[in-house]
Design a binder for this molecule. Sequence first.
Ligand SMILES: C[S@@+](CC[C@H](N)C(=O)[O-])C[C@H]1O[C@@H](n2cnc3c(N)ncnc32)[C@H](O)[C@@H]1O
Length: 208
Amino acid sequence: MKPEEIVPFFEARAKDYDHAVFQDRDYIAFSKIPLWMIPALKTGKKILDLGCGTGLSSAEFFKCGCAVTGIDITPGMIFEAQKHPFERLICQSLEEELPVETQEFDAAILLGVMEFIHRPLALFAEVRRALKKEGLFGLTIPQKLSPSQEKQLDIFTYEEKASQQLFAEAGFRVVYREEFPGFTSAGIEVRYDGYLLEPHHLVYTQIH
Ligand SMILES: C[S@@+](CC[C@H](N)C(=O)[O-])C[C@H]1O[C@@H](n2cnc3c(N)ncnc32)[C@H](O)[C@@H]1O
């Protein structure tokens, strides 16, 4: 999907988004990954929800008293998200510098969003900057479709090898991975690889 097509696409779906998710019972990532993360939070409860949509992906974090900042490009999604107790909501593209402090967050999530991201390495670099040293990054990556299916849905999908390369280049390492159903669109089933990542810190030793 071209960047300029993303806002109209989600603007048209914002009002009914939660209803559609609960009715279809197809998209489960929004609660599955936060439930992996909550017991694993090491440093605190300040969360960054990237592509927060209506706020569903932060629901589990609200339940356990986390302070959540949400970012989304679609004004209609941000309008719906205002119904939840976000500490801060920002309407902007994730493909621009994020207006957050360095090492501000204990965890970040990117759920149901990678399929729309054109420059993932630049985004991951920003996520790494925003996370504390022992922070956690939970995300979904849509598994590779055939070229014709990818074209039909107009999304980005990934071979596992490409995801691993992206993580390594951005300075993350995999803590946990599990595959599960993503969503179905136009009769095409998309499966997700769900990941928990943590920043990788290289240790240099001097060789004499
Ligand atoms: C499928 S929804 C997922 C929403 C939420 N994370 C959830 O799990 O319910 C995808 C969201 O990503 C947002 N989005 C897509 N591309 C974006 C971008 N480049 N920058 C910011 N938000 C983006 C859309 O506006 C939409 O709200």
